[in-house]
Design a protein around this ligand. Structure first.
Ligand SMILES: O=C(O)CCC(=O)C(=O)O
Ligand SMILES: [Mn+2]
Length: 195
């Protein structure tokens, strides 16, 4: 399959629902669920600590750290399968990535709130390649100035969503809870961090 451009204003969005084959996605999910060094960090909100509603890890071949949600994550080396995925993505998209944030949503209670991937280290018009494995979940986008209707995408096992252009400046995204979902989901967001 191929990346298909979705109609959107103020940014670029493309989706390949079958970026990986089901058997590639199955194998990767099973191996990475058990082999990635998942962290379960706490966040402090209004002076109170809470465990985050997901687990995560951050990988790169460079000695970089990523400041995100009030945390500083130091990069761990790539898992060989994650490095392989990065190389495949770079070949398919023609874009370069030097780090990946990997989130584990253990079931439909885990989630991510509204935000843009607009940290300074990502530069002005970041390319963010999002690969999903496991339970299908809804990925929501909303325009910051309400200049367009909200967009809901179903991100399937083995799909690739590419966010590019001015998207992070004009839109926010979120992954809401889906309490009926009992299966885990892994999401990789490959990024390029400038230092
Ligand atoms: O899990 C997802 O699909 C989105 C993750 C995300 O937005 C992020 O890691 O910044
Ligand atoms: Mn994001």
């Amino acid at each position: 399959m191929a990346l298909e451009q979705l109609p959107i204003i103020d940014g670029e969005l493309s989706l390949d629902e079958c970026f990986l084959t089901i058997s590639q996605a199955d194998q990767l999910l099973e191996q990475l669920l058990s082999e990635l060094p998942w962290r379960h960090d706490e966040l402090t909100v209004y002076g109170k600590s809470h465990l985050m509603p997901r687990k995560h890890c951050f990988q790169s071949s460079e000695k970089i750290s990523y400041q995100y949600s009030g945390l500083v994550l130091d990069a761990e080396p790539y898992h060989p399968k994650v490095l392989q995925l990065k190389r495949y993505l770079e070949a398919v998209t023609g874009r370069e990535f030097n780090a990946v944030l990997i989130n584990l949503y253990r079931d439909g209670h885990d989630k991510m709130g509204w935000h843009s991937d607009d940290e300074t280290e990502l530069g002005d018009n970041p390319n963010i390649a999002s690969v999903s494995l496991g339970a299908q979940r809804t990925f929501k986008l909303r325009h910051k100035d309400k200049a367009a209707a909200d967009i809901n995408l179903e991100l399937a096992h083995g799909s690739l969503l590419l966010m590019a252009g001015a998207l992070q400046r004009h839109w926010q995204h979120a992954l809401p809870q889906r309490k009926k979902v009992t299966q885990p989901r892994i999401n990789f967001t490959f990024r390029y961090l400038y230092r």
